[in-house]
Each structure stands twice: as C-alpha cells, then as structure tokens.
Design a protein around this ligand. Sequence first.
Ligand SMILES: Nc1nc2c(ncn2[C@@H]2O[C@H](COP(=O)(O)OP(=O)(O)O)[C@@H](O)[C@H]2O)c(=O)[nH]1
Ligand SMILES: [Mg+2]
Ligand SMILES: [Zn+2]
Length: 219
Amino acid sequence: MEIKVVKQILAWNEDVSEKLHRITAEKKVAIVNVMGSPGAGKTSLIKAVINGLRDSFRIGVIEGDIAGQIDAEAIDSMGIPVVQLQTDGACHIEAMSIENILPGFDLDALDVLFVENIGNLVCPAEFNIGEDLRVAILSVPEGDDKVAKYPLMFATTDALVINKYDMMQYFEFDDERVCSDTYDINPKARIFKVSTRTHEGEGAFLEWLSSKIEEKIRA
Ligand SMILES: Nc1nc2c(ncn2[C@@H]2O[C@H](COP(=O)(O)OP(=O)(O)O)[C@@H](O)[C@H]2O)c(=O)[nH]1
Ligand SMILES: [Mg+2]
Ligand SMILES: [Zn+2]
C-alpha cells in the first residue's frame, strides 16, 4: 500500500516535470539542477558559473533552502535574477515548486536557470524538476566513499564536480576511487576536478556546461 502511494506521488511529479520540459523547450531555456551535500560548494559553483558565463548567457537562479535567504542575497548582489524557494523543512525540491516559481521569471530574457537544490545526497536525486542537466557536487572533505554510499545521486547525474580540490593534501581522498565508482554506475558521466577557491578546473567545467546550454537554446 505504502509503495503504491509513493509511486503515485512520483508519477504526478513526472507529469509536472514533463510540462516544465515543454515550457522550456518553447522558451529555449535550459534548467540545471545543482545537487550535493550542505557545504559541498553548490552556491560557490553557481557563482563561478555566473562570473564565467554571464557574458555568454542570460542567467537566472532559484535558490532552494529549508529556511532563510542567504544564498539568494549573494546571487542578487551579483545582479542576477533570483528567487528564494523555502521548502519549510522538506529535504528536496519537487517539480510543482518550480512550476509555481517559473512565471516569476521573464523566460524570454533567460537562457539558463540554475536551481540550487536542498543540501542532501539522497532524495533530491529521486525527483525530476524539469531539468535538462543534473550537476552533482562532491567535495573532498566529505570523503571518497560517498558515491558508493549514495549511488542514485551519482548514477543519475550528467556531471560530477569533485570540488575543493585545493584541499586534497589535507584529506585522504582517493579521487581515482570516486571516478571508478561513478563510471561503474554511470559510464556517461562527465567528471570535473574543481576548486571554486583557486578556480582550478573551472574552465573545463564551464566549457562543457556552455556546450550543453547551447544544445538546448539553439535546438
Ligand atoms: N577550500 C575550499 N573551500 C570551498 C570551495 N568551494 C566552496 N568552499 C567553501 O565551502 C563552504 C560552503 O560553500 P557553499 O558554496 O556555500 O556550499 P553549499 O552549501 O553547497 O551551497 C564555504 O565556506 C565556501 O567558501 C573550494 O573549492 N575550496
Ligand atoms: Mg548554498
Ligand atoms: Zn527529500
């Protein structure tokens, strides 16, 4: 009985997600779902993308948090249109929330909308939110066993950003293990080794991201 209920909720989420795909296909806007643990560097990566790509694409952001608006204030101060989504305790974003927020953006004036999901390696991966791309972030201090422990997040992502690469010398973090665990469950994943602090590796990620955004908006 319980399993059936969960399936129905997910199915309904899928319907809304499909509707979002139709809207963004017509408006030629790419949605990027940014996921990872609290503190992995989701906001830092979005800021790096804004700095790197704001001359190439018109960018908007939805900041998902359980409470507060700290991240939205940071994005707003960069002059980027942003909406703070407060989930009031919920540990992931659902498609319905994006559907409600989308009319608040001028979609004719956007190329890409980044959604910073709730900091959590588990259920955000279970809910499609109309995204064209998934970016999962794992930071070095979190440990190299997280792909093995939280496989769905890493099995369903388009790109894995291993962030805080500048911290490698302080942690026993086997990046080869992370890569092989990821390729085992997700052979097509692109993996980028990045430090949003030193900017090491950002260029390759931005290049990949740009090509993916282009695919959507020139389609
Ligand atoms: N050393 C280091 N710190 C980072 C890096 N990226 C983010 N941080 C720090 O990690 C903390 C959490 O980053 P934030 O972007 O807010 O993570 P979020 O919770 O996933 O949005 C902040 O103090 C950042 O300055 C990095 O590449 N290297
Ligand atoms: Mg954040
Ligand atoms: Zn959840």
